[in-house]
Design a protein. Structure first.
Length: 137
């Protein structure tokens, strides 16, 4: 049995989100942009990136900014080619990469909640570390 895993990228995360927002299936999108089901499936899973003409058709059908999606594709091309070194070059810890991909896809309220949760986690860690130091002293 073959396992199909998603490769998280800037392009496919936004593509999948938009398909969900419009309640479009892979088959429906494939028909709308004149691609095969398999081509759209691979794009949505992050296994490949679109050609310029395919990107243009996708953006037209999905109502997405071609400029923004082209920037997402460019970032993903770098990540596909150079892997975690891309994040390091951008001055980002590779483990935080998914946050940079997914955070902009949240609503403003969801982003604020996420910020507050991260702050709470950091504060709890500081408190726990202080207690450990006090016990050790």
């Amino acid at each position: 049995m073959q396992v199909h895993t998603e490769r998280l990228g800037f392009f496919n995360a936004r593509l999948s989100q938009r398909m969900s927002e419009l309640n479009l299936s892979t088959a429906q999108l494939a028909t709308g942009v004149d691609l095969t089901y398999e081509q759209v499936r691979k794009l949505a899973l992050g296994h490949c990136l679109p050609s310029p003409s395919t990107l243009e058709r996708l953006c037209a059908v999905l109502g997405l900014s071609k400029r923004e999606m082209n920037q997402r594709v460019a970032k993903d091309r770098m990540m596909f080619k150079f892997g975690d070194a891309t994040w390091t070059c951008w001055g980002i810890n590779p483990e935080a990469g998914p946050l940079y991909i997914l955070f902009p896809l949240l609503t403003e309220d969801q982003q604020e909640i996420t910020r507050l949760q991260l702050i709470a986690f950091v504060e709890a860690k500081k408190k726990r570390d202080r207690k450990r130091r006090d016990r050790a002293a």
